[in-house]
Design a binder for this molecule. Sequence first.
Ligand SMILES: NC(=O)NCCC(=O)O
Ligand SMILES: [Zn+2]
Ligand SMILES: [Zn+2]
Length: 484
Amino acid sequence: MATTVIRNGTIVTADLTYKADVLIEGGVITAIGPNLVGDEVLDASGCYVMPGGIDPHTHLEMPFMGTYSADDFESGTRAALAGGTTMVVDFALPAPGQGLMDALQMWHNKSGRANCDYSYHMAITWWGEQVFDEMQAVVDQGITSFKHFMAYKGALMVNDDELFASFRRCADLGALAMVHAENGDVVAELSARLLAEGNTGPEAHAYSRPPQVEGEATNRAIMIADMAGVPLYVVHTSCEDSHEAIRRARSLGKRVWGEPLIQHLTLDEGEYFNADWDHAARRVMSPPFRNKQHQDSLWAGLQSGSLSVVATDHCAFTTEQKRFGVGDFTKIPNGTGGLEDRLPMLWTYGVNTGRLTPNEFVAVTSTNIAKILNCYPKKGAVLVGADADLVVWDPEKTKVISAGAQQSSIDYNVFEGKEVKGLPRYTLSRGKVAVMDGEIRTEEGHGKFVGREPRPAVNRALSAWKDLTSPRPVARGGIPATGV
Ligand SMILES: NC(=O)NCCC(=O)O
Ligand SMILES: [Zn+2]
Ligand SMILES: [Zn+2]
């Protein structure tokens, strides 16, 4: 079998930095050390050899708000690889009343075109006996994380009783519970009031979802997860109010993780006040962009470890799709792109500014989520036996982000004009060179589904504690007779 060697680079993992070559055969790393020899040689002089990025939050070809997100598994994973990301985790989304296995089959049908490896989370969009039963079958298929929307009232939102029931089921199955944490009832009320008052533009989207709706829902989800005895992952943590709840929970020993997005780390609410409707609407997503104080809180969380993962929530809509919401901001499809830009933007605004070390960069873009989702060290590692999902990162390479040069199929980029320093020289997907010095060599259908085992140990630890502290009747020696 042909071999590939990455020579003269510096390996950077979540915990180590050292000079060594990497030998690849059959899609996996077979040796790490000095002076390795292979058939194909990739020169990594001046570069870091890191685990490829894992983006645990994408919505490719997702049916949402009366349309479909524009990037599918082909263009989305091509964008991912162009930016050094080698695995995505998408959300299988049952329509109300649709079975989970049915939705899963739909997602398998779409993902056959993927250029890099992928996995799924299953969304719980309604509740009933069928959902309860099928959650076991979903876990048996290697999907061990279940996402719940606390927002999007009347569409994807689940109520607290459903949340609690589903969280308890996750606990029993050794699965991870995930939440989109915004108080959907309050958002609906605020949105209706804003519209009635004539606030119809994209800026009203931000007014309708203040940090408090996120802080309240995050705290509620944490408490419900604690009562259910299940670990919890909070997606798109955008503000101090939510971060504070996560930080507090973690300091109390709760198994809770928070995921800021690259968009919330680097773009702020000023975008919504742009005089150009298209500019503002293109940036409408939930939660919305926040102010600088919230951004500082997110960076501090990544530095201190109270926040664990940087994702994109890549859910891209064209300008034409965004214009469904002219005259009514609640009809603007929610979502932004970012798959190609997550790593370069985080390196530029994180590592180059001194906020993150290169090792911390690897941890929050790859290794931490591989551990949380239980696919480490197959993914997220530079180790013998791991998949050769690697990025050879040139810290001196620069570009100005522009929609005209991107892989995503939409007509704009929310990071347009940003100059980034730090880009892939090569991206390898299971040993196949998908990006060669800016040239895209992706192969449609190369991506494979990554099934994941449940993590019974964490759930067992939580339920052991629950059992020890659960309500018990007090044994009493009978009720004393009342004297007459
Ligand atoms: N985030 C967003 O605005 N759109 C994608 C769906 C979601 O994650 O809420
Ligand atoms: Zn969401
Ligand atoms: Zn999302």
